[in-house]
Write a protein that binds this ligand. Sequence first.
Ligand code: FE2
Length: 232
Amino acid sequence: MLFRQLFDQDTWTYTYLLADFNTKEAALIDPVVEKVERDFKLLNELGLRLKYCLETHVHADHITGTGKLRELTDCEGIVPENAQVSCASRSIADREILKVGAIGIQAIATLGHTDSHMAYFINGDRVLTGDALLIRGCGRTDFQSGEAGTLYDSVTQRLFSLPEETLVYPAHDYRGHLVSTIGEEKQWNPRFVGRTRSQFIEFMNNLNLPDPKKIMEAVPANERCGNALIAK
Ligand code: FE2
């Protein structure tokens, strides 16, 4: 399997490229509109055919590159079930498995950061956690119908039940981390270690964070597959 972690420095976002060497099929998870040229060039250089653009959720901090990539390739744009994105090619349900060549991508419903969110368990050894679980952190729960108790349940019941050695690749990192493991996060993630569900809810409800810079443009644009930015 080819697996690449790509970074957008303006929004601290990781995009992931995975592909099957034999069939040349590829998927991008959480592409960023400003980085479409980079991603498209890389796909061409590696001789890959983009089959899917997958979103972990409707983002508030950046605009998805899916709309643009769908114009450039014949890929499908796939969003989590219940996401308010009518232009998506289709949605993916909890536990559904997508195939990219021989690679299996299993969706794991991980609500709480937003009210429709999927983590993607890849080939049984790594999980793309979106904004549900970050390295030594987690996504905020104070907008987009976020709910702290639901996020606590998603992380502690769905993600922390994966094998300890599972590699954790988040949708963002703000401190320079690239990858962690489920075992490491269970032991060291300060948002969850030593906190009961109600203590977690109280903590998350009192973070008082400013809104992301791009929330007013990013959410409506992402509900149109990122096309607002490139509307003629
Ligand atoms: Fe997010």
